[in-house]
Design a protein around this ligand. Structure first.
Ligand SMILES: NC(=O)c1ccc[n+]([C@@H]2O[C@H](COP(=O)([O-])OP(=O)(O)OC[C@H]3O[C@@H](n4cnc5c(N)ncnc54)[C@H](O)[C@@H]3O)[C@@H](O)[C@H]2O)c1
Length: 254
């Protein structure tokens, strides 16, 4: 039987890598992104007919539930959800704005919780299912100039624990992954913002210092993290739920 998956934020970065990796394993994947062209490019890159693009802004009212409905309609069911779409903005603690908080929490936290519930209702009926939420080392750090993002990811950790417990009796497993720094569009934009907030003009030196803080001395990449997500979605033991896998080269520590 072909497993049916929904990947959010599938138009770029980690989400595209996860979509391609799941399709390579034979899954039918609905690739959701606010950027329809990017989602179509992901489907084209997969090239197997297994990836269906879906254009949606997950911060719109009703969108999280609609995403699950559309994914079920596209594939005739839903076995796997990867809550990957994310947004972050680097802004000084004393200057932080309501707009940044609203956008960040709506996407990174509220949509994740509501997708877990909507997918959970469907998976409960099937008696099986796997949800993987993408968190961040930031969820456990004090980051005054990246606070809405860090707080949203702390919220994701809370959602993962609660959803795992709520859905455990129904055969549904919920885990999360905390990727280290990956050089994606989001990471590039955020680091430019953080450099500006900290008054740094020597961007190359700023980036090198951040990389040097990683105990293994290098950043990770989307394919490494995508493979861990695929493992959680397809291969991890059924006994594993409410786990937070940390793939950050020691930046984040359990
Ligand atoms: N890049 C890193 O270093 C890093 C580290 C830790 C965690 N993460 C997390 O990994 C996940 C993926 O990040 P990435 O680095 O690949 O980012 P990215 O910006 O490259 O990709 C995010 C995707 O989400 C889509 N998106 C944005 N807003 C959306 C919305 N409202 N509705 C639907 N889709 C939307 C974007 O169009 C984009 O394709 C995020 O949850 C991020 O917080 C990233």
């Amino acid at each position: 039987m072909i497993a049916a998956a929904l990947v959010t934020g599938a138009g770029g970065g980690l989400g595209r890598a996860v979509t391609l990796a799941l399709a390579k394993r034979g899954c039918a994947v609905v690739a959701l992104d606010i950027n329809g062209t990017a989602a179509q490019e992901t489907a084209d890159e997969a090239g197997s007919g297994l990836v269906t693009p879906l254009t949606m802004d997950l911060t719109a009212p009703g969108a999280p539930e609609l995403a699950v409905v559309e994914a079920i309609a596209a594939s005739g069911g839903l076995d796997i959800v990867v809550n990957n779409a994310g947004f972050g903005i680097g802004e000084a603690f004393l200057e932080m704005t309501e707009a940044s908080w609203d956008r960040t929490l709506a996407l990174n936290l509220k949509a994740v919780a509501l997708i877990c519930a909507a997918a959970g209702r469907h998976m409960k009926e099937k008696g099986t299912g796997r949800i993987v939420n993408v968190t961040s080392p930031a969820s456990r750090m004090a980051l005054p100039n990246y606070l809405a993002y860090a707080a949203s990811k702390a919220g994701v950790d809370s959602v993962t624990r609660a959803a795992a417990v709520a859905l455990a009796p129904f055969g549904v497993r919920v885990n999360s992954i905390a990727p280290g720094m990956m050089d994606t569009a989001m990471q590039r934009i955020t680091e430019r913002q953080l450099a500006a907030v900290e008054g740094r003009t020597d961007t190359a030196a700023f980036l090198a210092e951040r990389t040097a803080r990683i105990p293994i001395g290098r950043r990770t990449d989307v394919d490494t993290v995508a493979n861990m997500i695929v493992w959680l979605a397809l291969d991890a033991p059924d006994d594993m739920t409410a786990e937070r896998l940390n793939v950050s080269g020691g930046l984040d520590r359990d």
